[in-house]
Design a protein around this ligand. Structure first.
Ligand code: ADP
Ligand code: MG
Length: 318
């Protein structure tokens, strides 16, 4: 059985190039260049709440970092470093090796350095703090949406929630569809490049972690405005379109969580820039509605009727 320090040394200690000092001391040391700001976020994944106990460790390593990078993306920050606080029931070498490989393959893709953390024995719990940088004053905040702005979303929504509905036997999915949707649930790709490209273009942004309706709702509240969304315009994957349970497909598309797409607002003059970003990143960006002077979110069908859906987003203490 590995000791705590062997485990840290073998799996979580790597040379750092950008950080002044990484793993091994009481603190890591970071320098922020003049004219830049630091964006910092933390997200915890708890066994039994965010994942099943038998979840594949490489997926967990990936997803625990991905959800944090998604928050950096939603601010338009360039990812730089992460801290990893891990509670493990046992020092299971194979499990930790697989977890580290999932973590570092995503970290390496974005040049993220692991600069420290904490390791304790306890019920499986993964808490990551991630940091990124951006030019001072350029962050995409939740409070910048204005009446007249258009509402956009990247990629497709509802796929991760539909995968979960399949795992819970709430819907029957074709085997191939279940695999594709499962990728969205277990190995989400944070929209880092998109967030960076949207600096100076979007007036506000948020990542879709709790569901489009709930997350757009946060933007509306912070920005002090309302929005109407055209339900038919929501970008749906082929797999979601094949789902024959209409109520589930509706709920997933508008209120399903865990997609880690970006929802953002921008003035109508920015349409051309947004189309160019979409082509450049080969990522669909879809206009789904408009910000107005009202309150809250209204979702309408093609005939202008209100679309009913349940789920205002996941709330841990409800
Ligand atoms: P301290 O007792 O000062 O909190 P620790 O003994 O917990 O220090 O950790 C020793 C070093 O290893 C620290 O630099 C800490 O940041 C790092 N560390 C501990 N656990 C992890 C981990 N899971 N991933 C990365 N670094 C870690
Ligand atoms: Mg410690």
């Amino acid at each position: 059985m590995l000791t705590e320090f062997e485990l840290i040394r073998r799996f979580f200690t790597r040379d750092t190039r950008r950080a002044v000092l990484g793993v091994g001391d009481d603190c890591a040391l970071l320098a922020v260049p003049p004219g830049r700001e630091l964006a910092v976020t933390t997200d915890m994944l708890v066994c039994g709440v965010h994942f099943f106990a038998d979840a594949r460790p490489e997926w967990l390593g990936h997803k625990a970092l991905a959800v944090n990078l998604s928050d950096l993306a939603a601010m338009g920050a360039e990812p730089r470093w992460a801290l990893l606080a891990l509670a493990l029931p046992a020092a299971d070498e194979a499990w930790v090796a697989a977890f580290a490989s999932g973590f570092f393959s995503l970290a390496d893709r974005y040049g993220v350095e692991l600069i420290g953390g904490d390791t304790t024995r306890g019920p499986l719990n993964i808490c990551i703090t991630a940091g990124g940088e951006l030019p001072a004053g350029s962050a995409l905040r939740r409070d910048g949406a204005k009446a007249g702005d258009e509402v956009w979303v990247s990629g497709t929504t509802g796929d991760a929630a539909l995968a979960l509905a399949g795992l819970r036997h709430e819907v029957a999915l074709a085997a191939d569809d279940a695999i594709k949707l499962g990728e969205r649930l277990h190995r989400p790709m944070p929209r880092v490049e998109l967030g960076i490209a949207l600096r100076g273009v979007a007036s506000s942004a948020i990542d879709v972690s709790d569901g489009l309706a709930a997350d757009l709702g946060h933007v509306l509240l912070r920005s002090g405005c309302g929005a109407s969304v055209d339900f038919a315009s929501l970008p749906r994957s082929a797999e979601l379109q094949r789902c024959t349970d209409h109520a589930v497909a509706t709920r997933c598309a508008i209120a399903g969580g865990d997609d880690y797409e970006l929802c953002f607002t921008a003035a109508p003059e920015k349409r051309g820039s947004i189309a160019a970003i979409s082509a450049d990143l080969r990522l669909p960006l879809t206009m789904i509605g408009r910000i107005d002077t009202g309150q809250g979110l209204r979702v309408r069908d093609e005939a202008g009727r209100a679309v009913a859906f349940d789920g205002g987003g996941y709330e841990h203490f409800r």
